[in-house]
Design a protein around this ligand. Structure first.
Ligand SMILES: Cc1cc2nc3c(=O)[nH]c(=O)nc-3n(C[C@H](O)[C@H](O)[C@H](O)COP(=O)(O)OP(=O)(O)OC[C@H]3O[C@@H](n4cnc5c(N)ncnc54)[C@H](O)[C@@H]3O)c2cc1C
Ligand code: FES
Length: 340
């Protein structure tokens, strides 16, 4: 049994099984709905049920209010159709037809970059090729059915060895395991690629990248992919960190800026230490962007990092002239679902 989900305003339709969320069914059908965490935490998939009923699984209550739900709004990554639906949500103009798949990976290398950032290199079986676009993410499938999302930090032309940057979350089930117990050569199961955070190549606008912490990971993949493709759109890369040690792969960013005249690198520290002898920009990374541009009207902006940073940056950048549809983001929400 399955239900028909009709989309407004596009008029497209797809089928959803009772075991699937609307976002899962749309991904299966090759329909591109907006989403981020797929976990009821970021709000990227919010839209309206115009006709029909859904069952809403666990979500974070700060993301959608009771009032909104009463008015027909829902989170499509947590909504399951219980009858045929007409829903209102803007489809993304994406032409690729990449479908996620489940596959095993071998942990080829684990390299600790800072006290709380681990570089993980994942090797795919020699028979498998992963099709993805730089900036997308994978989900690690844990034994108990839980999932953990991590962005792919490498470009798609290097798809046989995937790079992941993991920040240690104190008390976090997966990242503590990676830091304390995981050994190289371990075999893990992942599903992917997921996500809509990738470079829109059809635009000629100059690009501003804003990365907080390991939010640098998907942006690194995008920059490397753009270099490989010979793209010359001007890029300003803003990276935010607390102290100098947190600015992992700083030398790589400096090298890009040195080798490519269209790339500029602006690291920003919020709590630099005296031993850092920091002479660069200070403060919050999004504030550095606001200081540098009178108007963001002519730019395309990609922002990734902690959810609070992404939310504050989104408000501030659009208030400073950035068109709403030129803001692309991935918010690194925690996976742990918070009960209603
Ligand atoms: C699209 C996407 C891409 C991402 N990419 C990256 C990336 O490239 N790099 C990166 O570092 N991170 C990334 N993240 C964030 C990463 O997925 C989370 O940090 C992840 O939850 C960490 O997993 P964990 O098992 O270590 O922590 P979790 O077990 O998920 O714990 C997270 C937090 O919740 C607390 N917690 C856990 N269980 C409970 C409970 N029952 N009650 C109360 N509190 C609890 C923990 O103490 C901890 O503070 C991404 C997230 C998303 C959504
Ligand atoms: S994708 Fe639905 S809340 Fe994040």
């Amino acid at each position: 049994m399955s239900y028909t989900i009709k989309l407004l305003p596009s008029g497209h339709a797809f089928q959803a099984k009772p075991s699937q969320t609307i976002v899962e069914a749309a991904i299966d059908a090759g329909i591109h709905l907006p989403y981020g965490c797929r976990n009821g935490v970021c709000g990227a998939c919010k839209g309206k049920v115009v006709e029909g009923k859904v069952h809403l699984e666990d979500y974070q209550s700060s993301v959608i209010s009771e009032e909104e739900i009463k008015n027909g709004m829902t989170l499509f990554c947590r909504a399951i159709a219980t009858e045929n639906l007409i829903i209102e949500i803007k489809e993304l103009a994406i032409t690729n037809n990449i479908r996620p798949k489940i596959f095993p990976v071998r942990v080829e290398a684990l390299e600790q970059l800072t006290h709380d950032v681990m570089l993980m290199k994942l090797k795919l079986p020699s028979t498998d090729q992963l099709q993805f676009v730089a900036g997308q993410y994978l989900e690690f499938l844990l034994k108990d059915g839980k999932r953990r999302a991590f962005s792919i930090a490498s470009p798609s032309h290097e798809s046989s060895l995937l790079e992941i940057h993991l920040r240690l979350i104190p008390g976090g089930e997966f990242t503590e395991y990676v830091f304390k117990e995981m050994k190289e050569k371990s075999i893990l199961r992942v599903e992917g690629p997921f996500g809509n955070f990738f470079l829109r190549e059809d635009s000629k606008k100059p690009i501003i990248f804003v990365a907080g912490g390991t939010g640098f990971a998907p942006i690194k993949g995008m920059i490397e992919e753009s270099i490989q493709k010979g793209m010359k759109r001007p890029i300003k890369l803003y990276r935010g960190a607390r102290v100098l040690e947190d600015l992992y792969m700083d030398a790589l960013c400096k090298r890009w800026a040195h080798e490519f005249s269209h790339i500029e690198y602006i690291p920003v520290l919020s709590e630099s230490l005296s031993e850092d002898k920091w002479q660069g920009r200070e403060g919050l990374v999004h504030e550095a962007v606001l200081k540098d541009f009178i108007s963001l009207n002519d730019y395309q902006l990609y922002c990734c990092g902690a959810p609070q940073m992404v939310e504050v940056a989104h408000k501030a950048f659009t208030a400073q002239g950035l068109p709403e549809d030129e803001f692309y983001s991935d918010a690194f929400t925690f996976a742990a679902p918070v009960k209603k």
